[in-house]
Design a protein. Structure first.
Length: 156
């Protein structure tokens, strides 16, 4: 595994050493194995500021709400973060695809919060193949262990 320091440390997580990484100026990051039919992990981070502390996002409640909406799972993480994990199916270029989402919610006192949206796209037929089941388990683990900068800036 190798560490990804996304946007100068805004989010830090790990991916397999052999995966390629592309980060656009504003479009977020893409991470993938450079092979035919590999899945693609994408990451984008949104930061919001509340008007005051009374409007602060309750990260646990937001994760549960999002997971419930998509029949997924909410996971309460260390360091006060929460994660909503769910799948969506779609058709792209005539192929049925499944996108696994992990939305990580992070409060930044006194009145800001961030949402890191990780998504991993596969052909739906790949979701039951051993290789991709293992990849999804690895991504579950590594994304749950992702860390945000403790300030609105970056870790450095």
């Amino acid at each position: 595994m190798r560490k990804v320091v996304y946007r100068g440390g805004l989010v830090v997580f790990s991916i397999p050493k052999h995966w390629d990484e592309e980060q656009g100026e504003d479009a977020g990051g893409m991470f993938f194995e450079n092979s035919k039919d590999s899945g693609t992990l994408r990451l984008s981070v949104m930061t919001f500021s509340a008007g005051d502390q009374s409007e602060m996002l309750e990260v646990d409640a937001e994760a549960r709400k999002k997971a419930k909406k998509y029949n997924g799972e909410a996971i309460i993480l260390d360091e006060g973060n929460a994660l909503a994990r769910y799948d969506k199916e779609n058709i792209e270029d005539g192929e049925r695809i499944t996108i696994r989402f992990w939305e990580m919610y992070n409060a930044v006192p006194p009145a800001s919060f961030r949402i890191a949206v990780f998504s991993y796209t596969l052909l739906s037929s790949q979701m039951t193949q051993a290789k991709y089941i293992e990849e999804l388990e690895m991504l579950d683990r590594e994304i749950a262990n992702a860390r945000f900068s403790t300030s609105l800036g970056t870790i450095g």
